[in-house]
Write a protein of this length. Structure first.
Length: 133
């Protein structure tokens, strides 16, 4: 693991959340992106070396909508940057972690991603991400 890449926050209304976080952080979102395969629209904020990702569900039955229905808006996941996502996935599997993906998939912000089941990480959804070069 190299560093915390971003913190993901589930929101019901992306435009309202962008306005709120823009005021809170003192700068606007630098990027909005639809990730159709995940049923989500994301918006990224840069705060120094750190990033915040807002996530809004594209539909009523998407993973973000389900998470909000179950737990409400708020912290959704923490993402760690890795140098070699496949090697990190193999290492974590060998350590007994349950991965939600057999193979890395394309995520937002030009990344390959894989998620670790919250049951394997004290209730926290963990995302591994590697920059696509």
């Amino acid at each position: 693991m190299i560093r915390i890449e971003h913190i993901g926050i589930a929101v019901k209304d992306l435009a309202a959340a962008e306005e709120l976080y823009g005021k809170l952080l003192g700068s606007p979102s630098y990027k909005r992106e639809v990730v159709a395969s995940e049923g989500v629209t994301t918006s990224f904020f840069q705060v120094g070396p750190n990033k915040i990702e807002l996530l809004e569900s594209s539909g009523v039955d998407g993973p973000i909508a389900k998470a909000i229905e179950k737990r409400g808006e708020g912290l959704h996941h923490i993402a760690f940057e890795v140098a070699d996502i496949r090697a990190e996935m193999a290492r974590l599997r060998a350590q007994g972690f349950t991965l939600l993906n057999e193979e890395p998939k394309r995520g937002a912000d030009n990344k390959l991603v894989c998620f670790i089941h919250p049951r394997s990480a004290n209730g926290v959804l963990v995302e591994l991400c590697q920059e696509i070069r």
